[in-house]
Design a protein around this ligand. Structure first.
Ligand SMILES: Cc1ncc(COP(=O)(O)O)c(C=O)c1O
Length: 462
């Protein structure tokens, strides 16, 4: 029996899939400070126009330029694995498949969008990119992409991850990136936070403010900002994962999966695997599609669908998304990439419509799942990925209880070889869960009082 399903390079998807074209209730526009939809020219100081066009694109399919594919071939198509050893350990009748996105040079799904973003920026004449990074995966991915395309790269890394993951910084520097801890004294946004909270662990919201400020204040006009998740064009680039998985499941003799699972920080690896299957669900297929988030940062499971800023200093437009409030500083869990207050508007709209079934898990259950995975499948998972594994184990146990031969498809979004401090803390029994107290949640959400509200209308079909 095969446990790995490969695609030839010639069978790689040549178009990305855009869920915006098929959502039953339409995606709502980002709003400017005056409450009116932002226009492409308002975004021009931040992003190159070719990516802004992709951000607002309504076409179902978008061609992937050959020059981008030429770089993606280094690790794509990524293998689809059958998690046979885990199935046996659980004694489940479920068949569990996972996409291994840890095979990219930086070790996660993030280069699937870092490469296109660097390529489109270069084509537009940009010389330098700024960005933020949580776990360090995105900063490494963009540094890698910039190295291959000859761009400079500056990364603001959330302070707690900068301290927890020194080797990620060294990876960025190996690829020529410049990585500094955030909040930093280099920007107005960073200085303001440091004055109020000198010991803050930082947050993705703060680091985004710094990276945008650094881009728009470059007097040469040759710097732009790049975001590793949340935005529509990022979701679009990641759909190559799910499109490959569809072809590979066929090779494995399967039809559609019964359950699709991905961890969700800003939503990109989840969307990348899931959106091509959300299209099937919209067309009538019966699929349970689960984004998994940390209990300590419960955006989809406990926060409202609201308009909110993507960053702490309110530099971004208002995005229609589930949000814990732009000033939220999450507890210092090890899954740094899941410590984000908001969620991709495309994922949010699909949740509002009832197409997705979000789940929040504590980090102890996730580390236990990652340990079982390491001792069965063998790979050491990123702490973010462990959330998807824990949900997969829950679903596999449910299939056992129900005696059902379900097909479960999961995104193994990255390896954890740079994240061993978290494993160390777990092995020493020093980790805790941080369920968010109601009072703290209410306080953090209060920053959204008075902001416009998106429509929560839905078709009621799901
Ligand atoms: C390995 C890994 N998985 C998942 C995530 C979460 O991000 P997203 O929800 O955009 O996929 C991150 C973010 O840093 C990551 O590094």
């Amino acid at each position: 029996m095969s446990i790995k399903f490969f695609l030839d390079e010639k069978d790689i998807p040549r178009q990305w899939y855009n869920l915006a074209a098929d959502l039953p209730t339409p995606l709502q526009p980002p709003l400017g400070p005056n409450g009116k939809p932002v226009t492409p020219d308002m975004l021009a100081p931040v992003f190159p126009m070719n990516l802004i066009e992709q951000e607002v694109c309504q076409d179902r399919w978008v061609d992937i330029p050959e020059e981008i594919l030429d770089i993606l071939y280094r690790w794509r198509p990524s293998p689809l694995y059958r998690a046979k050893a885990l199935e046996e350990a659980l004694g489940t009748p479920a068949r569990i498949y996972y996409k291994n996105e840890g095979v990219s040079p930086p070790g996660s799904h993030k280069p699937n969008t870092a490469v296109p973003q660097a390529w489109y920026n270069k084509k537009f004449g940009i010389k330098r990119l700024t960005t933020e990074t949580g776990a360090g995966q995105w900063g490494s991915a963009l540094s890698f992409a910039c190295a291959l395309l000859g761009l400079e790269c500056k990364v603001f890394m959330v302070r707690i991850s900068f301290d927890q993951k020194p080797f990620r910084r060294l990876m960025m520097e190996t690829w020529g990136g410049n990585c500094i801890p955030s909040p930093s004294p280099e920007t107005n946004a960073g200085r303001a936070i440091l004055e109020k909270m000198p010991d803050t662990p930082g947050s993705l919201g703060i680091a985004i403010s710094e990276a945008i400020e650094a881009a728009v204040t470059d007097p040469t006009g040759q710097t732009r900002y790049s975001l590793g998740s949340v935005l529509n064009h990022v979701m679009l680039h990641q759909t190559i994962i799910g499109l490959e998985a569809k072809k590979q499941l066929k090779k494995a003799g399967e039809n559609l999966p019964d359950v699709v699972i991905g961890c969700a920080g800003g939503g990109s690896n989840f969307a990348g695997l899931a959106f091509p299957f959300v299209a099937d669900k919209i067309a009538g297929a019966n699929i349970t599609i689960i984004p998994v988030e940390p209990q300590s940062c419960p955006t989809l499971t406990r926060a409202p669908f609201s308009y909110d800023h993507g960053d702490t200093a309110k530099m971004t437009p208002l995005l229609p998304m589930y949000s814990l409030g732009h000033a939220f500083v999450p507890p210092p869990i090890h899954a740094g990439g899941l410590r984000y207050h908001g969620m991709a508007p495309l994922v949010s709209q699909a949740v509002n419509e009832g197409l997705l079934t979000p789940l929040a898990l504590g980090q102890i259950e996730c580390y236990e799942a990652a340990m079982l995975w390491a001792r069965t499948e063998g790979f050491i998972s990123a702490p973010e990925t462990s959330h998807a594994i824990a949900a997969t184990i829950r679903e596999a146990k449910k299939a056992k209880e129900e005696g059902k031969e379900k097909v479960i498809l999961m995104n193994w979004s990255g390896h954890g070889l740079m994240d061993l401090t978290g494993y160390h803390a777990f092995l020493e029994g020093k980790l805790h869960d941080y369920p968010l107290p109601d009072a703290e949640l209410a306080k953090s959400m209060s920053v959204m009082n008075g902001l416009p509200k998106p429509s929560t209308a839905k078709t009621g079909k799901w």
